[in-house]
Design a protein around this ligand. Structure first.
Ligand code: WAQ
Ligand code: MG
Length: 251
């Protein structure tokens, strides 16, 4: 699903503002329900009322790949300043350069939010996604239904058993499973959602509370990729390869 707002009749050809997006892999019987849920989500979005909602339903051919669910932890952070420091420290520990970290933080501070994620090389900090207005949109991903049930029980103890967290964790698990991606950072562009995260195979999914102040509309995602990685194949994996997230023993 993607929902957007046209910027007004005076700027006819300008790109629309991205309001909301969502994607998942579902059984055929679940489709009517999920289409309704995504429609409602778009219509009630805190970023504003969309004037276009596009929902695409397509069959997946063949069997989806399997990746592991990342473990969840929460970092102690009380202010955006503290969050930024923690984020930087974790990224440096994961082998991301100072320059790449600083470029990423600048991108995430921009109020011109993308529909997708930016790709930055982990050492030189160069921005390498081909469409800088759109970014790379991770798609064709789902959470195994028995894992979803267990996860909900665990997340409810953290008061975090929401679709937002479940979907972010599913996305982060798909992204982290890509051998050419070293880390991801995310700040929601929703004005009322102030918890972000950093994720990697090495560190798991680390939630970062108070990463921004309530009401702020900036946000986004950055994926740090290995220097010299084949960018087309990374993007092809993120956007096109169907993947289901499992936990423990793979089915
Ligand atoms: N692929 C790539 N980038 C995406 C995607 C996607 N499928 N969906 C969203 N983005 C980018 C895009 O730039 C958005 O502006 C930005 O991420 C934020 O998206 O554990 O809700 O959907 O409590 O607003 C984090 C949960 C929630 C943390 C993040 O992001 C927690 C969230 P949003
Ligand atoms: Mg959002």
């Amino acid at each position: 699903m993607r929902a957007s707002q046209r910027p007004g009749s005076r700027r006819k050809n300008a790109a629309g503002i991205h309001i909301s997006g969502a994607e998942g892999i579902y059984d055929e019987s679940e489709i009517p329900e999920i289409v309704e849920e995504y429609t409602k989500r778009a219509l009630r979005h805190p970023k504003g009322r969309p004037d276009e909602i596009v929902i695409t339903v397509e069959a997946i051919k063949g069997k989806a790949g399997q990746v592991s669910l990342l473990p969840v932890t929460t970092l102690a952070c009380n202010t955006p300043g503290e969050a930024r420091e923690t984020l930087s420290r974790k990224l440096l520990d994961l082998g991301i350069s100072r320059r790449a970290v600083s470029n990423a933080l600048k991108l995430l501070a921009s109020t011109r939010t993308l529909r997708g994620a930016s790709l930055l090389t982990a050492v030189s900090g160069a921005r390498v996604e081909p469409d800088r207005n759109r970014g790379v949109r991770v798609s064709r991903l789902g959470l195994d239904s028995s894992v979803a049930k267990r996860l909900n029980r665990r997340l409810s103890k953290l008061k975090a058993h929401t679709a937002t967290v479940r979907e972010a964790l599913t996305l982060a698990s798909k992204v982290a499973a890509c051998p050419d991606i070293l880390a991801e950072i995310c700040i929601s562009d929703d004005p009322d959602y102030t918890t972000g995260y950093i994720a990697s195979r090495e560190s798991g999914y680390m939630r970062i509370p108070n990463i921004k102040i309530h009401g702020e509309t900036q946000g986004g995602r950055v994926f740090f990729i290995k220097e010299g990685a084949d960018i087309d194949s990374v993007i092809n994996y993120l956007e096109k390869t169907p993947v289901i997230v499992y936990e423990g023993e793979k089915a």
